[in-house]
Design a binder for this molecule. Structure first.
Ligand code: PLP
Length: 432
């Protein structure tokens, strides 16, 4: 069956709102290292790691062996009502890595569930259903998380069980405080937070939930120290800080293991998912014990923390740490960022290149600086035609997002950069 026949069947039976990449979407049937092959036999270098899900890359023996050995035991899953050794070991490791005092961990199947749980705990703990989120944010697709999404393109429902107020600091390139120095920007955002608290809430807010670098919103990097300034304001009200590390965790930003650490603050809770399972469905949250135990009624996740996903996740985490993939993300990320900034120099279709480690956004613009979703769409097609997969996003859908597996080699970084250079040139040429 051809990819186009599969697409027709997909469209007939799956919802219209399930986003698909490319004018002619591809089916990936094989993957090795940092490369994936589609059903037509074409191989691509993957610079989006699935969606930051394949933190390490594909077909890594240590991960496959750990999963296989669990599968061979016959116990894919029975129930989380029984003890699961890998769940305990993984939770211990994440609690220790979190730096959160007296930390406890709850494992879920996705980032959405992790954030829903964090919001439920925070609102319960603080006895308030008021929440702060960042403008242009994305935290998932269930009831509370979709309700607090600050990006209209992804905010599928306007109904929400929580009352949300939005603060600045997410999308610096185009927000109201653009153009300010780092220090002035941080000051303006902290003043805005104070103002939002005083003018749109009753003050007894449960939590601020924020991505340290916005993912879906276009890999927007705030100045270091922004969340330290926020934390000072939040602390004066007793408001909790939840760091959504679904995209920024596991050392991907190069500098730190968790994105929030760039700001020198310890949050009350961190949520995570994506890269932890290196492709397996696993997420969770790590929080201060007092917050984690804010509910007393029985609760369970039938599949969260199951033996197969925790075996894969534990092997992934061990691999990440023992191979210093955070260090490699810093090294390859710097090369990519430098190469892309050179490319953007004097190039009128690239408005901004930003990022940290292996999380880099390239924002495409019209000659007058307006967002150019069309240039980003064309770039996606041009890179695909040259054998490179990249991501897309941003409030205006005009940002190309680069987030390769953290095992990326020097040669692959060079290869990706060459393809990006050629593809940008082709899109620019087409515009003339
Ligand atoms: N939080 C962030 C920052 C995300 O980027 C995402 C997904 O893209 C989520 C939460 C939701 O995670 P999931 O799709 O695993 O439910």
């Amino acid at each position: 069956m051809s990819e186009s026949e599969l697409l027709a069947r997909h469209r007939a039976v799956l919802p219209d709102w399930l986003a698909l990449y490319y004018d002619e979407p591809i089916e990936i049937v094989r993957a090795r290292g940092r490369r994936v092959t589609d059903s037509a036999g074409v191989t691509y270098l993957d610079f989006f790691a699935g969606i930051l899900t394949n933190a390490i890359g594909y077909d890594i023996a240590e991960i496959s062996d750990a999963i296989r050995s669990q599968v061979d035991s016959g116990v894919l899953h029975t129930s989380t009502l029984y003890l699961i050794r890998k769940q305990v070991e993984l939770a211990e490791q994440i609690a220790q890595l979190s730096g959160i005092p007296d930390a406890k961990v709850f494992l879920t199947n996705s980032g959405t569930e992790a954030n829903e749980t964090a919001l439920m705990l925070a609102t319960q703990y603080r006895r308030s259903h008021q929440v702060l989120a960042m403008r242009n944010s994305y935290h998932g697709r269930a009831f509370a998380t979709i309700g607090i999404t600050g990006n209209r393109g992804w905010s599928a429902s306007a109904l929400s069980p929580v009352k949300v107020s939005y603060v600045h600091g997410g999308y610096r390139y185009r927000d109201a405080f653009r153009g300010l120095s780092d220090a002035d920007y941080v000051r303006a955002c902290a003043d805005d937070l104070r103002d939002v608290l005083q003018t749109t809430t009753s003050g007894d807010v449960a939590a601020l939930i924020a991505e340290p670098i916005q993912g879906v919103g276009g890999f927007n990097v705030p100045p270091d120290g922004l969340f330290a300034a926020f934390k000072e304001v939040l602390d004066s009200y007793g408001i909790l800080l939840i760091s959504d590390e679904v995209q920024t965790g596991w050392g991907r930003t190069g500098e730190h293991f968790w994105g929030i650490q760039a700001h020198g603050v310890t949050p009350d809770a961190m949520t995570f998912a994506k890269g932890l399972g290196n492709g397996l469905a696993i997420g969770g949250l790590v929080a201060r014990g007092e917050l984690m135990d804010a509910i007393s009624a029985n609760s369970i996740s039938t599949f969260g923390g199951n033996p197969v996903s925790t075996a894969g996740a534990k092997a992934t985490l061990d691999y990440l740490l023992s191979h210093d993939l955070q260090g490699n993300a810093a090294k390859q990320g710097t090369r990519l960022l430098t190469g892309l900034r050179d490319l953007a120099e004097g190039n009128d279709i690239v408005g901004d290149v930003r990022g940290k480690g292996l999380m880099i956004g390239v924002e495409f613009v019209e000659p007058d600086g307006a967002p150019s979703p069309e240039a980003a769409r064309l770039l996606l097609e041009e890179t695909r035609a040259r054998g490179l997969l990249v991501g897309k996003g941003g409030l205006h859908n005009n940002v190309i997002r680069l987030a390769p597996p953290m095992t990326l080699t020097d040669e692959e970084t060079g290869e990706g950069l060459d393809i990006l250079r050629e593809s940008v040139a082709a899109v620019r040429e087409g515009r003339k």
